[in-house]
Design a protein around this ligand. Structure first.
Ligand SMILES: C[S@@+](CC[C@H](N)C(=O)[O-])C[C@H]1O[C@@H](n2cnc3c(N)ncnc32)[C@H](O)[C@@H]1O
Length: 212
């Protein structure tokens, strides 16, 4: 079965025969792939009834027996074991925070977001996790960041939180971020205080680029 490069990148981080809780599964294609290719057992949950109906249809269509669809807001009502792996992808950081709040979380969570990576890193690290892998995915002119968090201690610098302790060594990522900041700066009026902030980020990116 073929899945998007972004979902395949997530799947590649998950060991065979894992128990996975995929929050916001939508079509459940990741779970079906993990069941077929890696013998994983998955809970595919979504808050949206239409999404879950689509997930159920796909589970039947691909004849997989180890994916259980669940209608739920985040992790509500889902039993979590320490060895489970939570996957959350395709959501904004504030929704992710709402999902993880006041939960007894497992040892490992793989999270992909399209907004506020810095806030996401700070938040999940504050829950007692360290960052063990970061992937940068470019697909159909869009870019995605996927972060693998595992329980444990680590100390991070401001630079680590902002650009990622692993991604800050990724030249492609640094160059693309630099381009994006330059584009935004061109549109900001000279008197706008945000211009100064962007100039500072640009300097930081240029420093990282020189040291990759
Ligand atoms: C953009 S889709 C991403 C689907 C899939 N995870 C992926 O990466 O391709 C986001 C999904 O998250 C679901 N969602 C949003 N908030 C949620 C919540 N609080 N609990 C569970 N699912 C949620 C939406 O209904 C939607 O199906």
């Amino acid at each position: 079965m073929k899945i998007s490069k972004r979902l395949e990148t997530i799947a590649n981080l998950i060991p065979e025969h894992s128990k996975v809780i995929d929050v916001g599964c939508d079509h459940a294609l990741l779970d079906i792939y993990l069941s077929q290719e890696k013998g994983c057992e998955c809970i595919a949950s979504d808050i949206n009834q239409n999404a879950l109906d689509q997930a159920r249809y796909n589970i039947l269509r691909f004849h997989v027996k180890t994916v259980t669809p669940v209608l739920a807001d985040g992790l509500e009502g889902i039993s979590i074991q320490p060895e489970d792996i939570i996957v959350i992808s395709g959501m904004g950081t504030s929704t992710i925070q709402h999902i993880l709040e006041n939960q007894s979380l497992p040892n490992r969570m793989i999270i992909g977001t399209h907004t506020d990576f810095e806030d996401l890193r700070r938040y999940v690290v504050s829950l007692g996790y360290k960052i063990t892998e970061e992937k940068y995915v470019e697909e159909k002119k869009k870019t995605y960041i996927i972060i693998d968090f595992q329980k444990g201690d680590a100390s991070y610098t401001e630079e680590d939180y902002r650009f990622g302790p692993i991604l800050k060594h990724n030249l492609r990522y640094i160059e693309n971020e630099r381009e994006k900041v330059l584009e935004i700066m061109e549109q900001i009026p000279k008197e706008d205080p945000d211009l100064l902030r962007k100039k500072k980020i640009l300097k930081e990116l240029e420093h990282l680029k020189e040291n990759v």
